[in-house]
Design a protein around this ligand. Structure first.
Ligand code: 5GP
Length: 183
């Protein structure tokens, strides 16, 4: 199927510019899936999707992974509208133990790094065999704390983005591309 999303006639009128097109996302997700399949060969990793922003990425990524893998979910909050309040709260915890497991956190975006740092600290206390991060997007200029995802889809500038799971007050998650809003 041709990847035509992201062409001007398909772009939501609230979007100022498309930063990453649907085609670029899907191609990069395939590459990440191949790399993860190689790195975790014979291991059966558990992918932890961070709700809600990572759902589209996680579902495409899992289908690009050719080895056995499991999935579980967590939900954290630190954003209100387009501003992070800097205080991270755990809203939903894992169903299964991760003790002795190879854990791969799947995030939508790493911005200040506060969410990821909080998450890594919680998960490390549960004695996984390994703990790594795969984030679709990275805004390295915005860090307030030093964290680094092993797998990154795209590094982007310091702009608030929406689409492919990322929202503004629950809107725009269903856009198939990553874009910057007009206002
Ligand atoms: P951090 O704790 O690294 O500042 O932020 C992590 C969370 O903030 C992300 O998982 C995401 O939910 C939200 N976030 C950070 N930057 C953006 C952005 O540009 N757009 C949207 N929609 N959410 C963001």
């Amino acid at each position: 199927m041709p990847l035509v999303h992201g062409t001007p006639e398909k772009v939501n009128t609230d979007i100022k510019k498309v930063l990453v097109s649907e085609g670029q996302i899907l191609a990069r997700v395939k590459e990440l899936g191949n790399q993860i399949s190689k790195d975790y060969a014979g291991k059966n990793p558990v992918l932890i999707g961070i709700l809600k922003g990572s759902v589209f990425f996680l579902s495409d990524l899992m289908r690009a992974i050719s080895i056995d893998c499991c999935v579980d979910f967590m939900s954290l909050a630190s954003y209100s509208g387009d501003k992070s309040n800097g205080i991270v709260r755990l809203l939903l915890d894992l169903r299964e133990s991760i003790e002795g497991r190879d854990v791969l956190i799947v995030e939508d975006i790493v911005d200040t790094g506060l969410t990821l740092s909080y998450l890594e600290n919680i998960l490390k206390t549960r004695n996984p065999r390994s703990l790594e991060v795969c984030s679709l997007l990275d805004k390295p200029d915005c860090r307030k704390i030093s964290v680094q995802a092993k797998y990154v889809g795209f590094s982007i500038p310091n702009e608030f983005v929406v689409g492919y799971g990322l929202d503004l007050n629950e809107k725009y998650r269903n856009l198939p591309y990553i874009g910057v809003l007009k206002k």
